[in-house]
Design a binder for this molecule. Structure first.
Ligand code: SF4
Length: 278
């Protein structure tokens, strides 16, 4: 069931205070004793507000105070208008008088109702704002897009974009590809073809240039089958149970290799051999 629209606090307060019975409200000071409520002389006029005391109010005291105040509200001639005010919203979207009992509802009850209402409301989804094409037309982004038109493998894209064959170039290429997807309002899972299409649509690449680059690269460029000379041997050799590191500039090590196995034994003698040596 949809909630009634909340009034603005200013409008609701005017409706309450202008009501002809407002002067007879239960929480008004009694004319004979301004310290007690007109609706019930056994209730203090302060009962509608939480007292400002160090450490807060004890629970039993608070419950007794709130219960007495709410009982007066129930017999109040402007309870409906008062509750409308207590449920209204300030220009900042907050409840008015956040610590007061209004219209027979405690501050906590009014707050909980507002929170539940907001949680139940559908969250508005903002339409993605397209990034100005000038922001996309950087030298590196355009180079990555041109590299992507020629290659599917990010390592080859990095090389083609002039980012280098090392890990840093690969990382930059991947970062730029991910960034371009976001800036072109594509999902993270967008394919290379979808990214190129979006780039062509935004005028970052020429469609004929993309087609020519793909034709020149051959059918292998369109899919993940394309292999890079920089690809780590770990991925290929891993399927055979081998662990090979082939990062350029670093040592290669193959644990399946008999000679390598022998060198490991030599470098790290077993406890038994150490004891024997001792
Ligand atoms: S409903 Fe309660 S808080 Fe509101 S005017 Fe009446 S007595 Fe006061």
């Amino acid at each position: 069931m949809s909630q009634p629209e909340r009034l603005s606090a200013a409008v609701a307060l005017a409706a309450l205070s202008d009501h002809p019975y407002y002067r007879y409200r239960g929480c008004a000071p009694d004319p004979d004793n301004p310290r007690v409520a007109a609706g019930d002389n056994s209730v203090s006029v302060d009962a509608w507000q939480a007292p400002d005391v160090d450490g807060g109010e004890e629970r039993e005291v608070r419950e007794a105070r709130e219960s007495a105040a709410v009982d007066v509200c129930v017999g109040c001639p402007v309870m409906v208008q008062c509750l409308a005010y207590g449920s209204s919203l300030t220009p900042e979207g907050k409840l008015p008088e956040p610590f007061a009992i209004l219209g027979g509802r405690t501050a906590l009850e009014r707050t909980k109702a507002l929170v539940q209402e907001r949680q139940a409301a559908p969250v508005p989804v903002a339409a993605p704002v397209p990034v100005p094409v000038e922001q996309l037309r950087t030298e590196q982004k355009l180079a990555v897009l041109r590299g992507l038109a020629r290659h599917a493998d990010p390592e080859l894209v990095a090389v083609a974009a002039g980012l280098g064959a090392g890990l840093e170039g690969l990382r930059t290429a991947k970062w730029q590809i991910a960034r371009l997807k976001t800036q072109l309002s594509l999902p993270k899972s967008a394919s290379r073809a979808e990214l190129l299409d979006a780039a062509v649509d935004r005028g970052l690449l020429d469609r004929q240039e993309v087609a020519a680059a793909e034709a020149a690269a051959g059918p292998g460029a369109a899919g993940p089958a394309e292999s890079s000379p920089f690809r780590s041997g770990r991925r290929r050799a891993g399927r055979r149970g081998r662990r090979v590191v082939s990062v350029p500039g670093q040592l290669a090590f193959d644990f399946d290799d008999q000679a390598a196995g022998a060198s490991v034994t030599t470098l790290y003698p077993t406890t038994t051999s150490l004891e024997t040596a001792a």
